[in-house]
Design a protein around this ligand. Sequence first.
Ligand code: UDP
Length: 338
Amino acid sequence: MKKILVTGGSGYIGSHTCIELLNAGFDVIVVDDFSNSVAEAINRVEKITNKKITFHQVNLLDKKSLNNVFHQEENIHAVIHFAALKAVGESVAHPLEYYTNNITGSLNLFEVMKNHNVSNIVFSSSATVYGDPETTPIKENAKIQATNPYGHSKVMMEQILIDTNIAHQWGVVILRYFNPVGAHPSGKIGEDPEYPNNLLPFVSQVAAGIREQVTIFGDDYQTPDGTGIRDYIHVVDLARAHVKSIEKLNTSPKQTHIFNVGTGTGYSVKQIIETFRRISGKKIKTVIGPRRPGDIAECTADTSLANKELNWHAEFGLKEMIESAWKWQSTHPNGYKS
Ligand code: UDP
């Protein structure tokens, strides 16, 4: 069985990806420092799949320990690299921390991979690299114009991997995620933020009575109902795109591939809240607030490249996204601490 090393494997997207990898028959090694996740996520992945994960608690800035992991774990087929800081606002306030974690941590990982002849990587990038796009849906060849340190760190890491492919013929798949939401249908793992930055976890916590109200960040955008439109993607669909990416590195090795991962369908903030009300049966109080700095009116993916080249299609719609988010939230009011 091929071994896949997953950095950030106990996080939200990482844990869902571990399930899909294990179900597809891969051996999974997780490297995580638990800075924004908990060991319980790994325990639950093992229970859901009835399979074991090899786990190493290591921060990517600790290159010596990372090197030891690669030394112990021989014959790693590929790395899936999730581990990074991810809050846009925080990155604006603490750029040096963000660049150190995301860039230095990634460079350590890539150097250790090179020293151990591991040359396949799937990298967790983001639609944020497109900034405020000129047209939607966005194609992969659209202009790159990130607007904050988090986004810049993703652009830089993409470039480092593109250059490494050219110099050392690494197989590279860059996945640009749109808006990952939802949870595993088992209801046993999900997103576990103490203070949510994103819309869906915030709405979930309001529906659960943990927070009082949702502030809608602006209702004066040039969109049909005035609120921002995003391309939400079920986290299980997103996780499966990583398994397809590993397959792509087998059939089309030593190349750089870049794919958008979304559904291609956009929903407004008001549509999301209304659907959440209907599915949960809960009251969700909203207030209209000012626009959030840096937000754009609309962001949706053209997914035709991933559909064709990865042989991947999003299978879940908004109903499944919100049902699964609510199942997780309503059974885990305090996340994994519940
Ligand atoms: N949003 C909102 N209230 C919130 C959080 C988000 O109105 O408390 C809006 C935000 O302005 C955007 C959409 O919801 O239009 C998705 O925001 P999110 O932070 O989830 O993802 P982003 O696309 O900004 O990364």
